[in-house]
Write a new protein. Sequence first.
Length: 133
Amino acid sequence: MFSYFTKNEANQALPDVIKKFEFTLAKKNEISKLDQELQMSLATANTFEEYVLLKQKLNSAITKFYEATEMLENTGVVVKSIEQGLLDFPSKRFNEEVWLCWKYGETEIKFWHEKDSGFMGRKPIEVSDESLI
């Protein structure tokens, strides 16, 4: 179900979002590791069986990554980049749709940007910014 977040709602959801993001990031890292192993095994695998089993592990890891991404986005956030650790929370400023944005490592939602600008367009949320729903 879709909903807009206020700054307070986004900050309340953040601990759960961070936990799910870290789980998703771990799945992404597992894919990278298995992909490297698979590429190396092309030259070193003694049998097709070893290669095929590793390929199946990679396929399973990819499925788990997409499942983790879906669980993360079911919290209401939109994943902008797992690699860069960027997530956005849909919000409104006055009557305009905007994103409350979060970068991995931040402990609270402190920035927002228009829907057609990305991370580079981040603006700080003023302490008394009543314009965000």
